[in-house]
Design a protein around this ligand. Structure first.
Ligand code: ZN
Ligand code: ZN
Length: 95
């Protein structure tokens, strides 16, 4: 990689990180976040990038097996997240 490209990439990452921090503080995409049933930390700070493999994981509350299209899995199934008002991904924070 050329020095200029490397520099651009670095600047881009820096900017992306700042952008994410700003969105986190303002909760600027609250509607979208609530729709996805995620807490602020999971929605704004995780990159939500997992491997491509189909992954199955049981919900930590009801034990129902949930199938995910990637290795990015959630702690809870949709209905448990909704009925308990918990973040679907970490299962901890109120969303
Ligand atoms: Zn469940
Ligand atoms: Zn969370």
């Amino acid at each position: 990689m050329e020095a200029q490209q490397e520099f651009n990439l670095k600047e881009f990452r820096k900017k992306a990180k700042l952008e994410r921090q700003k969105r986190f503080e303002n909760d600027s995409e609250k509607d979208k976040r609530i729709t996805k049933m995620l807490c602020k930390t999971c929605f704004y700070k995780s990159d939500a990038i997992g491997g491509d493999a189909i992954t199955q994981s049981p919900c930590t509350i009801c034990g129902k097996i949930v199938t995910y299209p990637s290795t990015y899995i959630d702690a809870l199934c949709d209905s448990c997240a909704l009925s308990n008002n918990l973040c679907k991904h970490c299962g901890k924070e109120h969303f």
